[in-house]
Structures are given as C-alpha cells and as structure tokens.
Design a protein around this ligand. Structure first.
Ligand SMILES: C[S@@+](CC[C@H](N)C(=O)[O-])C[C@H]1O[C@@H](n2cnc3c(N)ncnc32)[C@H](O)[C@@H]1O
Length: 269
C-alpha cells in the first residue's frame, strides 16, 4: 500500500533553499501559481469569510487568499511542509492564517466549521486509491470541516493522456522526464505511471534530480480517477448541488478535461 507520509515529507526542507533569494523566488513562484485559483474562489464563493483547507501543503493557497477572508485554517500530513507554511505565514504577516500538521484520515484536531472547505491538487483522490473505507473517512473529514449550507471545492486530476499512454502499453506502464522551473530546487523529474483499469487507480512513482545532481526517489502517489457520477454518489451523504468545471478559468467540465473542479453545498445536519 502507498505510504502517504512518504510522498511529500522533506520536499521543502531548508537544505533545498541555500539562500534567502532562492526561498523568496520559490515563494513568489508558488503565489503566482495560486492567483488563478484564488480568483476563481473569490468569484464562485464571494460570500465566504472563512476557509478550511485539507492537505494544504506549503500553505500557498491560504496565503494567496489571506486578504480576502477573515479566517483561514489548513492542515497537512507532511511536518516539513507545515514548518515551511508556518514560517511563510509569519514572514508574510498573515495573522488570520492558522496551519497545523494532521492526518485527514485520523484527525486529532478538527478545524472550526468554515464557510468553505477546500481540497485541491488531486489530494482527495489518494484516499480512494487506498480503499473504500479510507475514502469514506476522508469524506467525513470534509463534511466536518464545513458548516451546513457552506461550500466545498475539490480539484481532481483526470490524467486522460497518461491513462491513454498506459492503456496502449501491454503492461499498462508508461514513463516520462520533465524539466522543472528555474526557481525549483530540483531540475528534472521522472514520472513512472501504471494504470489499474479495474480499480480505476493510477499509480505514479516520482524521482527528482536536484540542481547539484543529488537524487530524491521513492515518492509514490496513487490516485483514484473519478467520474462525476462516482464522485457525486460518494459525497451525497454530506454534500449536494454539484457544479462541475474543467479548469480554473471556469470553463465547463468535459470527458477529456485534465482537471475536474467541483463545488458542492454542505447539506444541513
Ligand atoms: C499534491 S500536494 C498538494 C498540496 C496543496 N494542496 C497545494 O495546492 O499546493 C498533496 C498534499 O497532500 C498531503 N497529504 C497526503 N495525505 C494526507 C493526509 N492523510 N492528511 C493530510 N494531508 C495529506 C501531502 O502531504 C501533500 O502536501
């Protein structure tokens, strides 16, 4: 089984940012990449004053939203990412942002129910790739994060091209190299994919090559690939009124969309 804690721990360790400038540039790049998401949230959930984000990573979206909301809460399993987020929140002077380390599957501290719950960048799909029971626990965590009548925003990756490549191979496996942005402490990433058609689960093994030549490997992610019908059915005990989008510009979702972005309304208790 995939170890969720091994996938991201240490990614943003201080050793990867040898100078203040390297850290500044990385934060600036992460904020830049959050602008379109923050704008989408501002438009779609214009009345929301509080946000709770599950699997918030380095806190980039919370910081990007900080001047639009009164209260922002976020948690993530990776202690190193939460350390990074805390230092960033403090450096940015965001007194309304609170982040802590926690496990979505066994939360030790529940966020105060917010106007809007968020779980993006495909993170929700990790739990369905583990088992139906893990998935139901993740849905219950999302349900508890949002006040009745509030909103939920999920972003799931569909990987249509990767799945087509895997399905074209006799063993269902496919791999590719990518070069990363200049601000990233790593220069290259190697992704090896395997698609289990029966379970609808895409397994992704990642290897990163740093600019100094050192190699970071052993990070594995497995994602359940959802259809609108399966996702809607799964969330139905807690959420209704889904609206589907195919990108952060707000275009409609289509079967070949790379992203499935969906907003729900939290049902009354
Ligand atoms: C693809 S990253 C996305 C981070 C963030 N959502 C963003 O937009 O930058 C997925 C995150 O999910 C976190 N994660 C994985 N399993 C988790 C769990 N059980 N509970 C909380 N966070 C988890 C990882 O540590 C990682 O930071």
């Amino acid at each position: 089984m995939v170890d969720l804690s091994a996938a991201y721990e240490g990614v943003e360790g201080v050793a990867n940012f040898p100078t203040e400038e390297a850290l500044r540039n990385y934060r600036a790049m992460a904020l830049e990449r959050s602008v379109q998401q923050a704008d989408f949230i501002g438009r779609r959930f214009s009345g929301a004053g509080s946000v709770a984000e599950a699997c918030c990573g380095n806190g980039r979206l919370l910081i990007a939203l900080a001047d639009r909301m009164q209260r922002l809460q976020g948690f993530d399993l990776a202690a190193s990412r939460i350390d990074f987020a805390r230092q960033w929140v403090e450096a940015a002077g965001c007194k309304n942002v609170d982040v802590w380390r926690d496990d979505m599957l066994e939360p030790s501290r529940r966020p105060a129910p917010a106007d809007l719950g968020i779980c993006i960048t495909g993170a929700f799909a990790y739990f369905g790739a583990l088992s139906g029971e893990h998935e139901r626990r993740a849905v219950a965590s999302l349900g508890a994060m949002v006040r009745p009548g509030g909103g939920l925003l999920l972003e799931l990756y569909q990987h249509p091209a990767t799945i087509a490549h895997c399905l074209a191979e006799p063993d269902g496996r496919w791999q590719r190299w990518s070069e990363l942005a200049a601000e990233d402490p790593f220069r290259f990433s190697l992704s090896a994919f395997a698609y289990d058609r029966q379970r609808g689960v895409l397994r992704h093994e990642k290897k990163f090559i740093a600019r100094n030549g050192s190699v970071d490997e052993g990070r594995v992610e497995a994602l359940r690939i959802y259809s609108p019908e399966t996702l809607d059915g799964l969330l139905a005990p807690w959420f209704d009124q889904p609206e589907w989008y195919g990108d952060w510009a707000g275009n409609a979702f289509a079967p070949d969309s790379k992203h499935m972005i969906v907003s729900f309304r939290r049902r009354a208790d």
